[in-house]
Design a protein around this ligand. Structure first.
Ligand code: B16
Ligand code: MG
Length: 215
């Protein structure tokens, strides 16, 4: 494969914010009296805010009005933003900057494909906003992962056909989105969970440019 772009997911791949999404959903679920574990949370990684809320409500057998859903989403997001208020460049996972530098050096474009509406804020805080050739996030798409839309938008923004792109994801829904976009999928996390990925690494620091070029 002639790799011309690597498109990264944000939460759980470039930074540790995935755990804060879990804490904020867990607090809301507790308040609603719905059981919600870290294992359940695997299903929500990469899933957008409304989809995540509805998944939790469904677990509790609840259906709420649109107004009530909006209120709960605002509550969860306010909690999440408070939890990530402290983040700085120190919260960038080890290995991200060296990999970005190698990609730049090789003329391979760098994209972002995040299901988060907070993506712009987070990459700004991490000090990496300027390093992306294109950023696609939940504010620019209609269909959430596992739909391929956010990855296809990133590829289009980068000007690279999907078959020359590699996607990097920590979420089941994200791996499916990459595969459906016609890109090659790299997983970050547990190989048993991310079974649809071509290769799975424990973290970004374990990914080398050579691995990507040989995919
Ligand atoms: P927000 P990613 C996703 O980001 C998270 O994995 C997922 O847990 C979260 O629900 C979703 O963003 C929406 O986030 O509430 O901030 O819009 O992993 O696709 O970068
Ligand atoms: Mg993620």
């Amino acid at each position: 494969m002639n790799c011309r772009a690597v498109i990264f997911d944000l939460d759980g791949v470039l930074t540790d914010t995935a755990i804060y999404h879990f804490y904020a959903w867990k607090a809301l679920a507790d308040e609603l009296g719905i059981a919600f574990t870290e294992h359940d949370n695997e299903q929500l990684k990469g899933v957008d805010r409304l989809g995540s809320l509805r998944w939790i409500l469904h677990q509790g057998g609840l259906t709420l009005s649109a107004a009530e859903e909006t209120r709960l989403m605002q509550q969860k997001n306010a909690h999440y933003l408070a939890l990530i208020d402290h983040i700085t460049a120190d919260n960038l996972y080890p290995g991200v900057q060296p990999l970005f530098a190698q990609l730049n050096h090789s003329g391979i474009k760098i994209g972002l494909a995040s299901a988060s509406k907070n993506a712009a804020f987070v990459v700004e805080r991490l000090g990496i906003a300027a390093q992306f050739d294109y950023i696609a996030d939940a504010n620019n798409v209609v269909n959430s992962k596992p739909d391929p839309e956010v990855f296809l938008l990133a590829a289009k923004g980068l000007g690279v056909p999907p078959e020359h792109c590699i996607g990097v994801e920590d979420a089941l829904a994200g791996i499916e989105a990459i595969n459906r976009a016609g890109m090659k999928a790299i997983g970050i996390g547990d190989a048993k969970v991310l079974s649809g990925a071509l290769k799975v690494y424990p973290d970004v620091a374990a990914v080398t440019l050579t691995d990507l070029l040989n995919l």
